[in-house]
Design a protein around this ligand. Structure first.
Ligand code: ITT
Length: 194
């Protein structure tokens, strides 16, 4: 039985990426939070993930006149100077995974991490930021049909399968997105702002 303070709350997730919607839905199912999806097409400034999330959340909250979250994510590869990082969406649509693998043909240090930043804003309050990171490595070929974008070339630490070979329920247990959204969800369950 839920206590009154734990009654279900609703949050609006602004994104144009259907894969993110599906993953976020699965993650929010673990919490007392109902998610509504809106594809608002907020302006993505070029900058660090937290700046992009802050700006997007503030913009969307004012446009819709209600509390919202946005999420900005990317793949950061150490040997490439943390490229593609904040250029991840552009690089995925141009170089694609094949291009990244080509760039890394002779690279020994395969360390990479996915980072996800959730930005929460209301029409009045300053945005709050929640970071999630998952560490792993880039393999030498694409493997797996699940997930999206860089998932087939990324093997998270402690696994021998790529995110592309892990069903969404498994990826959702410990992904960068799980970690940022879980931090947000735990905070939001007790949030009493307007
Ligand atoms: P929004 O509308 O939410 O901004 P987007 O696809 O533009 O959707 P981002 O700006 O956060 O998302 O871009 C990050 C890119 O990084 C995304 O397009 C993918 O190419 C990649 N990416 C992010 N999360 C990923 C994940 O879980 N698995 C694989 N690739 C991911």
């Amino acid at each position: 039985m839920l206590k009154e303070s734990q009654s279900q709350r609703t949050i609006t997730f602004i994104t144009g990426n259907q894969h993110k919607v599906k993953e976020a839905q699965g993650i929010f199912n673990h919490f007392q939070i109902e998610m509504e999806h809106v594809d608002l097409g907020y302006p993505e400034i070029q900058g660090e993930l937290d700046e992009v999330a802050r700006y997007g959340a503030r913009y969307a909250a004012k446009r819709l006149d209600k509390p919202v979250i946005v999420e900005d994510a990317g793949l950061f590869i150490r040997d490439l100077g943390w490229f593609p990082g904040t250029y991840s969406a552009y690089v995925q649509s141009t170089l694609k995974n094949r291009g990244i693998l080509k760039l890394m043909e002779d690279v020994q240090d395969r360390y990479a991490e996915f980072r996800s930043v959730v930005g929460f804003a209301t029409p009045k309050a300053e945005p709050e930021i929640f970071l999630g990171v998952v560490e792993g490595k880039i393999i030498h070929e694409e493997r797996g049909e699940y997930g999206f974008a860089y998932d087939p070339i990324f093997v998270p630490n402690g696994y021998d399968k790529t995110f592309g070979e892990l069903k969404i329920g498994i990826k959702n247990r410990f992904s960068h997105r799980r970690r940022s959204l879980e931090k947000f969800a735990l905070w939001f369950e007790d949030y009493r702002g307007d």
